[in-house]
Design a protein around this ligand. Sequence first.
Ligand SMILES: NC(=O)c1ccc[n+]([C@@H]2O[C@H](COP(=O)([O-])OP(=O)(O)OC[C@H]3O[C@@H](n4cnc5c(N)ncnc54)[C@H](O)[C@@H]3O)[C@@H](O)[C@H]2O)c1
Length: 421
Amino acid sequence: MKPEIAIIGAGYVGIPLATVFAEAGKRVVLVDVTRERVDMINRGESYIEDVPSEVLARLVADGLSATTDYDVLRDADTILIALPTPLSRQREPDLSIVLGAVRQIAPRLRKGHLVVLESTTYPGTTRDEVLPILEETGLKVGVDFHLAFSPERVDPGRTDWTTKNVPKVVGGITPACTERAAEVYGAAIDTMHRVSTPEAAELTKLLENIFRSVNIALVNELAMLCDRMNIDIWEVVGAAGTKPFGFMAFNPGPGLGGHCIPIDPFYLTWKAREFGFYTEFIELAGKVNEEMPYFCRSLVSQALNHSKEMSLKGSKVLVLGVAYKPDIGDMRESPALKLISLLDNAGANVSYHDPHVPKFADHGLELESVPLDPAAYDVVVIVTDHHSIDYEKLVDDASLIVDLRNATGAKGTASEKVFKL
Ligand SMILES: NC(=O)c1ccc[n+]([C@@H]2O[C@H](COP(=O)([O-])OP(=O)(O)OC[C@H]3O[C@@H](n4cnc5c(N)ncnc54)[C@H](O)[C@@H]3O)[C@@H](O)[C@H]2O)c1
């Protein structure tokens, strides 16, 4: 049977999106260049923690499939693009993956197609970059085919807000494009929010990520000040969080992580320059947040110095948690990577334990998760606060802890061997 919806990119965004449509009874096909991923999906094996393999296997048995063959796009009515939008080494937007896929869509585009870009990007991408490639075919947007932007807002690991119940923002090139996109998504997703243009939808996503980046930077800056003033930043954030209005609590930490927040804001910074405009909040937040792994290394160094009269060089350090956020195995842009490399550069012998990340390679280091034996190390550094760890026991067992997440709570605050960010 012909698929109704084709999703290009079987990743953290594409797979949950495919399952939501499949659960709503739609015939869905995922298109991906990575043969192993395609084979795994077709065997019903999920590598995304948000989509359990049992669920994927059931949906695959009901017709959900994956392929490396772009020709399936000819049959589908709707084509959704959920491909990575990284930064280049010079931290400029790299749209090559998305535009490469659009060039694959163009020769297969036909009357009646709906194409929606979901990848996070700067305002103007859908209209100025995607549309011209599709219109080179001679087909006209709003007449022959529809084109829209609709940002993905998935938060990996989250169970209360999912692809299905987070409102979906849609902005089409023409009002008919918006309506068509809202109709297609509305068949599977609970709430639609229409905006007047793709540019408004593109900027909506960037605003959401910039909001987080700026607020995290603010509290990170305060955390560094609190260290000098000997004030507990966690106590302050907790107290401010009791205000029922006008305040939203953000926690400090060892730096930004994940595929979105460290990267996406710079898509706007780059675009703004074209308009002679400097997005200073974004740049400042980036600067403060990028400083955090360096500050955290100095915290580890100070803790060893004060409590054990040891230097980092030659010390045995256990990093606890390396994924970029709790309870998932996603390592993309994880601040643990930078911190581990800084500790390693300083001559520390770094090991790590993470129940979600069996091994990783980065910055020339190849590490495997070791068993959790806190007593075997000079210091344990809590970088990611996975909930499966018993932090009370950790405080009992370790000789020295640097807690960058307030995972040890009141017990850690009361303990002389716990140094908190
Ligand atoms: N991960 C998140 O939490 C999240 C949240 C919101 C928005 N986004 C945005 O969604 C977009 C996709 O992110 P993701 O996290 O799903 O990426 P991902 O890296 O998890 O998945 C991308 C997939 O695309 C495949 N791919 C690469 N090039 C291809 C091509 N030319 N044709 C077909 N498949 C190809 C890869 O093999 C991979 O399976 C990005 O723009 C991202 O910023 C991500």
